[in-house]
Design a protein around this ligand. Structure first.
Ligand SMILES: [Mg+2]
Length: 123
């Protein structure tokens, strides 16, 4: 099987639609199941970092980095499939969330701090 070159989320969405249709898997791709599958894959991603030091987690290479990339792809695939099923425009949703986060976390108030929104809002 040749590796398709994907250049947009829409192309990935369409490839995933075709992949599921060819296997008659669409029947299993309810939003509930897709959200669960996404979480499972996120767990598989985390497994690669479990027990690593901060430093080691930033220094992955070779086969380990490739394996992490493959789990990231799994998460991305389920997220795109879920967005397709729910009619969510992921780029638009991300842009909207970025704007909300920009308002919630003004750079001049939070620079260099990892505190949550509620923690500095009360000050
Ligand atoms: Mg996986």
């Amino acid at each position: 099987m040749s590796q398709a070159r994907l250049e947009s989320i829409q192309q990935l969405r369409d490839a995933l639609r075709a992949f599921a249709a060819e296997r008659d898997w669409d029947q299993f791709h309810s939003p509930k199941n897709l959200s669960m599958a996404l979480t499972v894959e996120a767990g598989e991603l985390q497994e690669h970092f479990q027990w690593l030091s901060e430093q080691a987690s930033s220094a992955l290479a070779g086969e380990e980095l490739a394996a992490v990339g493959a789990e990231m792809a799994d998460v991305f695939i389920y997220l795109v499939r879920l967005a397709d099923k729910l009619g969510v425009d992921l780029l638009q949703a991300a842009a909207a969330k970025l704007e909300v986060n920009g308002r919630r976390y003004p750079a001049d108030k939070v620079r260099g701090s990892a505190r949550k929104y509620r923690e500095f809002k009360a000050e």
